[in-house]
Ligand binder design. Structure first.
Ligand code: TRP
Length: 332
């Protein structure tokens, strides 16, 4: 069976953007029965942009809880931390032989991070970020990698590395050790932030968390930007430029969305009422996730055991790949 590998950096509690952009799709792929699914917590990756590791473990556990609450089934899909499987760092080093620093300096995601985080210098590991990601994927011979569009440059680098490894170090029987993985873009890939910015993101502070209770969702949706030309309650509005309407389209029943669209345009529906309904839809959507989350939060040891088990399963696969790598490299 083909294998899917995807991952996230452990940023702590996840938000709706993570769900719509990734998690939802992961669950569909897990349930499709067409693939083996492996989900990685990229804790080393998170240290490339923030050296403070004091919250890394807790953030990994919080993220694992959100994954489980959203429907990742650990019996089907191992979930595991990169830092707990030594093969990641080992393959990272071997892959570092196969790519030039100038290729990595051209990586557009790196350029974006340098700009957004206003970095003056880049560490060796940060430059090598996509090389570690290639190791993450290829250790498990992932052939399909569901990611957001922003990750495609990293998948391209992974493909280059796989090709180069296979060429430099074929197996004794001439076969390739690694597949050339393909990125698989998520359909409804983006959720607009509460402030109307293109993306929900923790650093922008414009998110609704998967763990937000109704009261919090109501408060947050109240701050969401709407059509700025709709000033008074009964002014006609334009849903096409309204953040709240994008959430309705995603979380409210189709018939109701149609009615909201019409009533906003005619001026019958004011923004305050519209937002209340939006918060209700989002909360209804979040209710089962919150419920599962509450159960898991009461059993932190179970969550930790799930990680250890996922790590044991992943480690076996990773070690098998590493023995093929060593054999192909004829290192003795
Ligand atoms: N770089 C990815 C991100 O920032 C996270 C990641 C690490 C990843 N390793 C991976 C994604 C392997 C897919 C496959 O979101």
């Amino acid at each position: 069976m083909k294998r899917i590998l995807s991952g996230m950096r452990p940023t702590g509690k996840l938000h709706l953007g993570h769900y719509v952009g990734a998690l939802e799709n992961w669950v569909v792929l897990q349930e499709s029965g067409e693939y083996e699914t492996y989900f990685l917590i990229a804790d080393y990756h998170s240290l490339t942009t923030n050296l403070d590791s004091s919250h890394t473990y807790q953030n990994s556990v919080e993220m694992a809880i959100d994954w489980l609450a959203a429907g990742i089934n650990p019996e089907k899909s191992p979930i595991f931390r990169q830092s707990q499987i030594k093969a990641h760092t080992e393959l990272f080093l071997i892959f570092s032989l196969l790519i030039t620093t100038s290729r990595l300096e051209r990586n557009p995601s790196l350029k974006e991070q340098v700009r957004d985080l206003e970095l003056d210098t880049i560490s060796y590991a940060h430059l090598g970020y996509p090389v570690l990601q290639a190791a993450d994927i290829l250790l498990y011979k992932g052939s399909v990698v569901p990611v957001g569009e922003d990750q495609l440059p990293h998948i391209e680098i992974t493909r280059e590395i796989a090709r180069r490894f296979n060429q430099a170090y074929p197996k004794p029987n001439g076969e390739a050790v690694f597949p050339e993985p393909e990125g698989k873009i998520t359909q409804f890939a983006r959720l607009v932030g509460l402030d109307g910015k293109a993306k929900m993101s923790k650093s922008l502070g414009n998110t609704i968390l998967l763990s937000d209770p109704l009261s919090e969702v109501v408060k947050k949706v109240r701050t969401a930007v709407t059509d700025t030309a709709k000033v008074r309650k009964h002014d006609p509005g334009n849903p096409d430029v309204c953040t709240v309407f994008t959430y309705h389209k995603r979380f409210t029943r189709a018939e109701e969305v149609k009615q909201i669209d019409a009533d906003c345009r005619s001026g019958a529906l004011g923004c305050v009422d519209c937002k209340t309904r939006c918060a209700a839809s989002i909360s209804e959507f979040l209710a089962p996730i919150l419920e599962r989350r509450a159960q898991l939060e009461q059993k932190p040891d179970d969550v930790k055991a799930i990680l250890l088990e996922g790590e044991a399963r992943a480690r076996k696969v990773a070690e098998q790949t590493m023995s093929e790598v060593h054999e192909a490299m004829r290192l003795g």
